[in-house]
Ligand binder design. Sequence first.
Ligand SMILES: [Zn+2]
Length: 330
Amino acid sequence: MKKWKIMPALVLAVCMFVTLFGGNATTEAMTKVEPASYGTISDFSSIEENLTALQFTKTKKKIKAGKTYKFKVNKTGVTWSVSNKKLAKISKKGVFTAKKCGSVKVSAALGTEKVTFKVKITPKAVIGIDPGHQKSANTGTEPVGPGSSTMKTKVAGGTYGNSSGLKEYELTLQVSLKLKKELENRGYKVVMTRESHDVNITNKERAEKLNESCDIAIRIHADGAGSSSARGATALYPSSSNPYVGNLSAKSKTLSECVLGRYCESTGIKYRGLSARDDLTGTNWSTIPVTLIELGFMTNPSEDVYMANSANQETMAEGIANGVDDYFKK
Ligand SMILES: [Zn+2]
């Protein structure tokens, strides 16, 4: 009985064996295909490797201060960072905000992978600052404007603080250096005509230096008067009939309005107003919009004491910088 049941199973097994190995031709064909299919597998694996390596898919080499830009990589869940948080910041989603001029590295990290990209933050604008006067006056003369036969003192002595004893050239540099720092923190580039007292740079030379690379010029001065009661801040700009820089009158007036308005708002110093002046060498030689701000009267005891104070000077610088911001928003 058992043999009868086993026999058909054996026959079936033999038949299946023959069927499987009967297709010699098919086996041959598959063997021939194999080299090609190996090649395909190898190509796929190298593409797959490239796809899995972390890399940037969207970048920008130069970004202007104040602007934002969204960096992208080929993977999700990365951690973004910047090499200098004073210059820029980056959000968890890769949105980069440029704050201050300079070079900064943007990085994306995921596990052991990290990619880095170098970005240059360019300035919002280039601001020229001329801290009025210098340690020693230069009584030589120079033309009051291009082509003029009218000669004027190269650098006048300036006034001084009746209460503080501070010289005008000291006050103007103290405020200018704070203004420089404030503007740089806001994303501007700053060019100074001087950063020390013992220099000899004429008003014409100061204008020429700022003309080279700046977008606007800010001349910092302080007033003096015979009467100790005279007070307030003034901004001087060239009139539209100025033979040298009449073409810059409108823009210079706007700049003067912005700077003086915000300066007085910040400091509480009286707004004396704008004054059109065509007799200023440092203004007449300018080829860029220019303002000269008289910060206040050093001959007025309360304004003198206020302006000589370092913390107040920060407020003064902030006010002027607010005015610069306003000017470039117009
Ligand atoms: Zn002065």
